[in-house]
Design a protein around this ligand. Sequence first.
Ligand SMILES: Cc1cc2nc3c(=O)[nH]c(=O)nc-3n(C[C@H](O)[C@H](O)[C@H](O)COP(=O)(O)OP(=O)(O)OC[C@H]3O[C@@H](n4cnc5c(N)ncnc54)[C@H](O)[C@@H]3O)c2cc1C
Length: 448
Amino acid sequence: MDDKKNITGVVHSGLCHGCGTCVSICKFNAIEMKETPLGFLCAELQEDKCVACGLCFDVCPGRGLNPALISEHINPFKGQPTEAFLVKATDKELLRGAQSGGAVTAILCHLLESHAVDSVVTCRMSKQNPLRPEVFKAVTSEEVWEARTSKYCPVPLMASLNLPNDAFDSRLAMVGLGCHVHGLRNVQARFDCARKESPFVVGLMCAGTLSYRMIDYLLSCAGVTSDEVASFYYRKKGEHGWPGDVAICTKDGREIFVSKKRRLESKPLFESLRCRLCFDQTNLFADVVVGDPWGLRGDKEGLSVVLVRTSRGSRVLRECAEANSVVLEPVDVDRVFQGQTIDSRHCREWAAMSAIWQTKGRELPEYGINSRWVVEPNEHTLRNCTRRLNKLLQLSEIHDPCEVEQCIRKHVQYLKFRRYISVFATARRYSLSIIKHLINRIRKAVKP
Ligand SMILES: Cc1cc2nc3c(=O)[nH]c(=O)nc-3n(C[C@H](O)[C@H](O)[C@H](O)COP(=O)(O)OP(=O)(O)OC[C@H]3O[C@@H](n4cnc5c(N)ncnc54)[C@H](O)[C@@H]3O)c2cc1C
């Protein structure tokens, strides 16, 4: 077998998602997920256990999609959702601890309680290490509640499945990002295209994951060390409600918030290079897709936006409404895509990032996307994406943890400097307007 045709080739090409599909498909336990100094997950192959069967390579969503999955007639950036809703869970306690409107948790609980499925693959922050997610199979609604909120970091969800069997288990549900669902669909296509049985898939919208190093950075913003942390939330509704700030609960009972602004401004340093090459922000292959109601209606309690992609998804969502576990408000599908900036930003950025990646002689993931769906990026997007991609590439070449540390420190200094400048500029604007106001008053007063 060609040397490159195992998971190591994918890792070397910079295309590993860290999703865990290869770990699960390998029956020789030859693959493990390892945390890199930059704080991402990457597959690592133990050559002595590898029998060179090539399965890990065949099903890897990092290197692309099985050609049977993509139709040239369907816009891959949007798919063909049949309906869209704003959704709110009716249980106030569930809603308070959920990321948005609690749609994911309400749907998964309904599936378990109505005995439509036996278990749900999901993730929670680990009890042993509250700064890392752990994947688990929830079998009760209480366990599904424990998994609420978004983990914007790498989650090796697929590694916990028993593949290929679980890929055809209709008594299973899972909640995952686009890359996780690509892994599932690749396995199904590789093993038996014709089989209709599949886990129920709740997909999350996803504009990309962020490195574990961002957690360290957010702790430093809060002045807390990792040993002090009892629990960590990327976004907690708290007293300001949705969308929520970063919240860190300490073992001695303090709750410290770091503003959403601080989280967002630090994102460029921690974003995943691989995610920049993923076209699938709206989770094309899920039964239902859940996201925040960006561009639609704000609501401090939280609302989820749900795209329905399959008849099974539609039936389950309606059952949830009939059982009074969620309230549904129909919305226009196109407005959901507008809110997620699919045409105005995502498509262009994806095209720009892919083009720049290719000009560097790098291998692109094989998505088989027909050029008719691709929106040409303008000059501004190309310039911006070149800067971002170069920065990420530069970072990805650092393997020494001390150098990574230095790089983060430099960026943090830059952020501080930017903040001072903006405070100074605001103060200057403010004082200029006060001076102008005073001059006007004096003019009026001395006017004959
Ligand atoms: C990395 C990431 C990027 C996102 N990007 C966008 C975006 O661009 N636009 C947008 O509208 N929404 C995005 N979301 C989705 C959004 O943050 C909420 O998760 C979504 O609105 C669901 O809210 P909810 O209240 O219904 O979920 P909840 O009821 O709080 O349940 C959330 C469920 O998702 C599971 N989950 C959380 N993180 C992960 C993960 N990393 N992998 C697998 N399962 C996970 C939890 O375990 C839980 O079961 C993103 C989420 C993630 C994790």
